[in-house]
Design a protein around this ligand. Sequence first.
Ligand code: RTP
Ligand code: MG
Length: 140
Amino acid sequence: MATNRTLTMIKPDAVRNGHIGGILEMINAAGFRIVAMKYTKLSPEKAGEFYAVHAARPFYGELVEFMSGGPIVAAILEKDNAVEEFRKLIGATNPADAAEGTIRKKYATSIGENAVHGSDSDENAAIEGSFHFAGTEIFA
Ligand code: RTP
Ligand code: MG
């Protein structure tokens, strides 16, 4: 499988609870290379744009409010089969269903406030990478 990239965000709950370091440790230990990273905060408009695919879902308003409610860490990660490997590392959306050893099992508090985002396809990884980073901010 080719080396490729995924986009992650350490979500406001995990930042607020002091888990940036712990989550980055797990990302490093799993063999991902960080090729871009920033500490930032999404406006409600930008959070809504990022999760626009969920606009019709009942939890959308809550999701936008949560994701714009505090700072986040956004990063582009590189590894063989990055998207699928990172989805495995973060675990199920609902931490109650997340496997032992996953980031969400360890750090998520609820299905809504679940500590991390991971892209769900190579196509979305590229779109989401460009959403957060200019080409000049990525160092392979
Ligand atoms: P993400 O996009 O953040 O990596 O999460 P995911 O793929 O595991 O889950 P997705 O279905 O894409 O949902 C996006 C985010 O919306 C919130 N959510 N809340 N209250 C609810 O029932 C509910 N369902 C989803 C979560 O923050 C989820 O990660
Ligand atoms: Mg998703």
